[in-house]
Design a protein around this ligand. Structure first.
Ligand SMILES: *[C@@H]1O[C@H](CO)[C@@H](O)[C@H](O)[C@H]1NC(C)=O
Ligand SMILES: *[C@@H]1O[C@H](CO)[C@@H](O)[C@H](O)[C@H]1NC(C)=O
Length: 441
C-alpha cells in the first residue's frame, strides 16, 4: 500500500517537474531583475509551459528587454512558431489582455515598453530540442516619474520643439507644434507626455488646429491624443480593437470640429500622450495662411461635476466632493445644440486648482470661461475695498488725534485753573483749612 502511494507521489513530482510552476514577481517599488528559461544557459527541455507573472503598483510600468534569445526556429511547413515559443501578454488597467505574437527563432526581439503595471510572459515548448539555450530577459519596473515619452523623430533638423514632457507638479501648460504658427516639419513623429498627480485627470483643449486643407488628408499630418494607460501595440502585433475613448485623432483643420466639445479630450487617468505624425509639410495652398499647425492647452483636473452632481470618475482618486474642496469649480453652464429649439445640455464642470483662476488662460471646458471671467471687476472690487478701508482708517486716526488734543487741552486748562486756585489758597490759609475740614463734618 505504502509503496503504491509512493509511486503515485513520484509520478506527480515527475509531472510537476516537466511543467514549471507559475512564477510570481511583484514589487511595488522600482526594481529590476531577470527571467530565464528553465535550466538557462543549458538547453531547455520539453514539454514545458512556464508563466512569469510580473505585477507592480498601478502607477508604475513594466518594461522588458531581451538579453539572449535562442529558441527553435519557425516550423518550415506552417511558417509558425510551434516547437517552442514565447508569448508576452500585457494586461491593461481595465483588465484587458493584449497578447503579442509568438516569438521564436534566434533574432533578439526589440524591447517592449509598456505603460502598464501587469505583464505575463509565457514560455511553451512541445518537442525537445537540445540545441537551443532559451532566453534571458531583463524586466524593469519604473516609477511614474521615470516614465519617458515615446521616442520622437524629426524629419527636418531645422525645427525644434518636437516632443517633450510636463514637469512634476505642473498644473497647466501649452503645447505648440514645431514651427507654429508658420509651418510644420515633414516626415516627423513628435510625442509629448503629460503626467499629473495620481489623483488628477487631464483636460485637453485644442485652441487652434490647421494641418491640411481637408479632413481627408490624415496622411499628410494628424494630431492624436492617446490615453496614457492605453496599451500600444508593439512590433507586428495583431490588430487590437481599441476602445473608442482611449484615443482621439484630428486631421485637416478646426473647421471640421466646429461643434462645442469636439476639440477637447478628458483623460481617464493621470497620463496622456499627444502625438503629431506628419509625412509631408503643409500643402502649397496653405502657404501664407495664418497659423499653421496646432496649439493645445492642457489642465490638471482635480474633480468633475457632471449633470447628476458630483462624479468621482478618477480611478484611484478620492471622491469628487473631497477633490473639489478648496478648488475652483467651473460654472459650466448650458450648451444648446440648435439655437432657439431649446435642445440644451449642461456642460461638465471641472474642478481646477485655485491658482489657475484669472491666470490669463482659459482652463474650463470649451464654452465655459468662468475661470477667467470677472477678473477685472474683481480687481476693481479689491481696490475699492482697500481704498474704503484706508479712508475709514484715516478718519479714525484723525478723530483719535482730535480727541487726544482736546483732552490734553482740557488737562492743561484744569491744571492752570488749579494753579490759580492754589495761588489764592496760599494767600488765605485759614480759609483753606476750614474748607478742607468742612466735608468731614
Ligand atoms: C498574476 O498576479 C495577479 C496579481 O497578483 C493575479 O491577480 C493573477 O491572478 C496572477 N495570474 C496568474 C495566472 O496567476
Ligand atoms: C523619414 O525619416 C526616416 C527616419 O526617421 C528616414 O529613414 C526616411 O528616409 C525619411 N523619409 C523621407 C521621405 O524623408
Amino acid at each position: 500500500m505504502i509503496e503504491y502511494i509512493l509511486i503515485v507521489f513520484h509520478i506527480i513530482i515527475l509531472v510537476q517537474c516537466s511543467y514549471c510552476p507559475i512564477k510570481h514577481i511583484h514589487s511595488s517599488t522600482p526594481t529590476t531583475g531577470f527571467i530565464e528559461s528553465p535550466g538557462y544557459p543549458s538547453a531547455y527541455s520539453a514539454p514545458l509551459d512556464c508563466v512569469f507573472n510580473i505585477t507592480t503598483a498601478a502607477s508604475n510600468v513594466i518594461q522588458l528587454s531581451f538579453v539572449t534569445f535562442d529558441l527553435a526556429s519557425k516550423n518550415q511547413l506552417s511558417d509558425q512558431c510551434l516547437d517552442s515559443y514565447l508569448l508576452v501578454v500585457v494586461v491593461d488597467r481595465h483588465g484587458r489582455q493584449h497578447v503579442g505574437e509568438r516569438l521564436c527563432g534566434t533574432t533578439v526581439p526589440s524591447s517592449i515598453n509598456t505603460m502598464q503595471s501587469w505583464m505575463q510572459v509565457q514560455f511553451v515548448t512541445t518537442s525537445a530540442n537540445n540545441k537551443h539555450r532559451g532566453f534571458r530577459i531583463q524586466y524593469r519596473i519604473l516609477s511614474e516619474a521615470a516614465i519617458q515619452e515615446p521616442i520622437s523623430t524629426l524629419g527636418e533638423p531645422i525645427f525644434s520643439g518636437c516632443g517633450g514632457h510636463s514637469t512634476p507638479g505642473q498644473l497647466s501648460g501649452e503645447i505648440l507644434s514645431p514651427g507654429y504658427p508658420n509651418t510644420y516639419p515633414k516626415n516627423s513623429t513628435c510625442n509629448w507626455l503629460i503626467r499629473v498627480e495620481a489623483r488628477q485627470r487631464i483636460y485637453i483643449r485644442i485652441v487652434h488646429l490647421h494641418l491640411a486643407p481637408t479632413i481627408a488628408e490624415c496622411e499628410r499630418a494628424s494630431l492624436t491624443i492617446i490615453d496614457g494607460y492605453k496599451h500600444e501595440n508593439y512590433g507586428t502585433d495583431r490588430k487590437e480593437s481599441a476602445s473608442e475613448t482611449s484615443e482621439a485623432k484630428f486631421c485637416g483643420s478646426q473647421l471640421y470640429y466646429s461643434e462645442e466639445g469636439m476639440k477637447s479630450y478628458l483623460s481617464s487617468a493621470n497620463r496622456i500622450v499627444v502625438r503629431l505624425v506628419t509625412q509631408e509639410g503643409p500643402a502649397t495652398s496653405m502657404i501664407g495662411e495664418e497659423r499653421i499647425g496646432f496649439k493645445i492647452v492642457w489642465t490638471a483636473v482635480e474633480g468633475l461635476i457632471g449633470e447628476n452632481g458630483i462624479d468621482d470618475g478618477i480611478v484611484g482618486g478620492n471622491g469628487g466632493a473631497e477633490a473639489c474642496k478648496d478648488q475652483f469649480v467651473c460654472h459650466g453652464g448650458q450648451v444648446c445644440v440648435e439655437q432657439g429649439h431649446g435642445i440644451c445640455a449642461s456642460r461638465s464642470r471641472l474642478c481646477i486648482h485655485s491658482s489657475l483662476v484669472c491666470d490669463g488662460i482659459h482652463n474650463c471646458v470649451e464654452g465655459d470661461f468662468s475661470d477667467e471671467q470677472h477678473c477685472y471687476s474683481r480687481e476693481i472690487i479689491t481696490s475699492a475695498a482697500l481704498g474704503f478701508s484706508l479712508i475709514v482708517l484715516t478718519m479714525l486716526v484723525l478723530v483719535c488725534c482730535d480727541q487726544f488734543r482736546k483732552r490734553r487741552r482740557l488737562r492743561v486748562l484744569i491744571r492752570e485753573r488749579r494753579a490759580t486756585e492754589n495761588g489764592k489758597c496760599n494767600n488765605n490759609n485759614n480759609n483753606s483749612a476750614t474748607t478742607r475740614v468742612q466735608p468731614n463734618r
